[in-house]
Design a protein around this ligand. Sequence first.
Ligand code: KG4
Ligand code: ZN
Length: 385
Amino acid sequence: MLSSNHTGTMTLAATAPVTILAIESSCDETSCAISRDGLILANIIAGQAVHEQYGGVVPELASRAHMQNIVPVVDAAMKKAGIAMTELNAIAFTQAPGLIGSLLVGSQFAKSLAMSLGIPLLAVHHMQAHVLANLIPGVATPATTGAATADSGNSAATGANPPQAAAMAAGASTPLPSFPFLCLTVSGGHTQIVVAHSPLKLEVIGETLDDAAGEAFDKSAKLLGLPYPGGPLIDKYAREGSPGRFTFPEPQIPGLNFSFSGLKTAILYFLRDQKAKDPDFVTKNLPDICASIQGRIISILLNKLKKAARETGIKDLCIAGGVSANSGLRKAFRETGESLGWRTFIPAFEYCTDNAAMIAITGYYHYLAGDFARLSASASARADW
Ligand code: KG4
Ligand code: ZN
């Protein structure tokens, strides 16, 4: 088992298991997970269909739905994990960033539970948690060359990361990335390239200057008349289409930063011109349009990731966040990794979009470091690293 001494150093010691209940409520998913020594026992996620009709998340409706969902979701997670409240050692929650009304529901619930059980509170940064989804034992998919997959020099095997060693000892079989690793985090609100020096020392080395990759998907989908969230629908139609059929521009942004607003404008004018010639253009060409848009978003993302890998010399690469559920991105990331000799890691689908399992694993690392939050810790819409 694992414990942390007063300096926050992680050590292996013969202590009782650490069981954490984690809550995620930063946007429009209410989720509760239970972890024991870093292994996920339950991860329940309730979505909110109410936003579909509005073409985007309506903050007021989101917080109201969180209030309705939170008790049943926590209850279902406890039942699935088969544990009693008295077995919990800490409560983790998403503190920031996100929609403030949504964050408040989860954070108030977490604080009340921690206070009533007399156990510590762990405040988690949502974007850091997306990165650490790649450290959830048994779920990071090794998707590399045979040589890299056979490599036993990962953290779990070397003991560089004690929770991973414990997870492997407890039966998790998949290799996990070694530190330092690079992570491309692509969600509805963020697009970042992060160097993970250690579980709690993460450094953003590139980010979007305007729209996030998820927004590029969702806004393109809206222009095509598809409902929110459009990312998964573009993914679905793109599977039947040809990415080379239409060409959209790749922005020339210096360094490791991204920009997606020009792509959105290019798509807007392209569709306007094509529809002027043929009002049924979108209906007739939907798979090819989706494949071409998706192909350009992927090439923008992977070109910057390749540059980051070249500049840092890091060979363990991960993707994370809602857009990492995209089948085209997952495939292109694996293929790029194979051709460049990277070890590539992708979270399981359920840990790509918003979920509390990633909050639990990040909370666990805070627990091991002795990094507890005060009951006065407040939720925040924005957050630095
Ligand atoms: O990480 P996430 O669940 O929430 C945020 O923290 O933002 O990401 C949501 C984003 C949305 O923009 C959604 O359209 C996108 O992830 N997304 C996808 C796919 N699944 C979710 N984008 C493209 N392809 C997908 N399969
Ligand atoms: Zn997210």
